[in-house]
Ligand binder design. Structure first.
Ligand code: CMX
Length: 441
């Protein structure tokens, strides 16, 4: 067994014992109550999942194994001469539960390099799709074609002991994470660069090599990718991509099938696709007013028109967060450091100074503040990546780190198939009027 696998197994055994004790001592204690309205409102606030990798506080934002984004920027190992954390380090932290050393991160980089080979038939599958297919469609289909490589599926078919599920899931997760940048870069070069593909550079870290394979050699872009992959990796367990991956995995669908399900969810405009919607929305504003530097008044008018047309303002609002997303702030800091005069980045900041006031005057909107997607596109455009339909694929590559680490934990903890109870409106009505009906299926 590899050193990371050994450490994971030791940690997982400890946590399994803790959970066993927790359930045996406190299993009957109530941890909340469910209101009828929550059942109709996307289960907001209901505790129903265990996700060990990260935890989201509505006021403070995300913490990964207890560490905030600024803390990670300080504590995680960096590329030589770089300032941003290497995503390898965050993956180690989420998986093993402890901060990695420089050696751990170097080791993980080389493990992923070693496992990064993508079979040719995956590229052939991508090539069989119309070039017009959305990059997320190409991404999901490529992941599905790679599913034939699943160790978990092969071993299960042979007859795998339950105790070994985590081990096969671990191997699949590692292989998948190692291969995703190559697949994503292939889709990018195919769709936007005339199929002029770039071979991997075996000396680079995971995110740096991803930037390289997409054709971006600027050290600033590589640093951006390291930060981008880190901050987009995980957002506790209830968001659509994490929850979908976890849910599908609970049926013992292998990590490829489970992750593809998560990516289908990420491709929705209320979730990961919002990053392309933000830039599309700003480009449309620029075109409409014939200027690259919209004034606060022009932004205000455009926001009001968006709302009057029954559309959402992309990049603003959140199901859990109630303050500015620290992932937005981290990107704003990056922008201030690397491109303070960029007109598009400045527009993103002007939108930030305009939108919350408007949205907070609309009673039904619970969070008027920006989320992660409000900023990311402008940084990418700065380095020349203007093809905004591709942005959600970047988000997807990053998200693999969190949801696959969690999936390995799911199998190690022996979590069962997920199957919450659903009821009909009639059954709910009977329940609240005093005549409970438990079996209304
Ligand atoms: N613009 C306009 N209306 C908004 C809004 C926004 N940015 N954010 C919320 N609302 C509306 C909702 O559409 C909802 O309206 P209806 O009751 O008419 O359906 C109402 O306000 C209440 O919504 P909420 O409780 O504040 O927010 P939800 O938890 O239901 O939804 C989210 C959260 C993110 C889907 C929503 O804020 C939104 O659509 N934002 C824009 C899209 C976006 O940026 N998504 C990315 C989120 C981050 C990510 O997952 O990547």
């Amino acid at each position: 067994m590899g050193v990371i696998k050994d450490r994971f197994k030791q940690k997982a055994d400890e946590v399994t014992a803790e959970i066993k004790e927790l359930i045996s001592e406190h299993g009957d204690k109530k941890i909340g109550e469910i209101k009828l309205s929550q059942v109709y409102q996307g289960m907001r606030g209901m505790i129903g999942l265990v996700t060990e990798t990260s935890l989201l506080d509505p006021q403070e934002g995300i913490r990964f194994r207890g560490y905030s984004i600024p803390e990670l920027q300080q504590k995680l190992p960096k590329a030589p001469g770089g300032n941003e954390p290497l995503p390898e380090g965050l993956f180690y932290l989420m998986l093993v539960g402890e901060l990695p050393t420089e050696e751990d991160v170097t080791h993980l980089t080389s493990v992923w390099q070693r496992r990064s080979h993508v079979p040719n038939y995956v590229f052939d599958t991508i090539e069989a799709l119309p070039i017009t297919a959305h990059p997320m469609t190409q991404f999901v289909i490529a992941i599905m074609s790679l599913q034939t490589q699943s160790q978990f599926a092969k071993l299960y078919a042979k007859g795998m002991n339950k105790k070994d599920y985590w081990n096969a899931a671990f191997d699949d997760a590692m292989d998948l994470i190692a291969r995703l940048p190559r697949i994503a870069a292939y889709i990018y070069r195919r769709k936007y660069k005339g199929g002029d593909h770039i071979q991997p550079n075996g000396l680079l870290d995971w995110a740096g090599n991803f930037a390289h394979m997409m054709g971006y050699e600027d050290e600033g872009f590589k640093e951006l990718m390291r930060l981008y992959m880190t901050i987009h990796s995980d957002h506790e367990g209830g968001n659509v991509s994490a929850h979908a991956t976890h849910l599908v995995g609970s049926a013992l669908s292998d990590p490829y099938l489970s992750f593809a399900a998560g990516m289908n969810g990420l491709a929705g405009p209320l979730h990961g696709l919002a990053n392309q919607e933000v830039i599309k929305w700003i480009f449309e504003l620029r075109e409409r007013i014939g200027s690259e530097t919209p004034t606060k008044e022009q932004i205000t008018e455009y926001v009001k028109q968006t709302l009057s047309e029954g559309k959402v303002v992309p990049g603003y609002g959140h199901a859990v967060l109630r303050k500015t997303d620290p992932r937005f702030t981290a990107q704003m800091e990056f922008g201030k450091k690397h491109m303070p005069d960029d007109p598009l980045v400045n527009t993103v900041w002007n939108v930030y100074h305009t939108v919350p006031e408007i949205l907070s005057n609309i009673a039904k909107i619970k969070n008027p503040w920006p989320n992660v997607d409000a900023h990311s596109g402008a940084l990418l455009v700065h380095y020349g990546m203007v093809e905004y339909e591709f942005y959600t694929v970047l988000f997807g590559v990053a998200r693999s780190l969190g949801v696959l680490a969690s999936l390995v934990w799911d199998r190690a903890l022996g979590l069962p198939i997920e199957r919450p109870k659903s009821v009909t409106t009639k059954a709910l009505l009977k329940r609240v009027t005093g005549e409970a009906e438990d079996d209304d299926e």
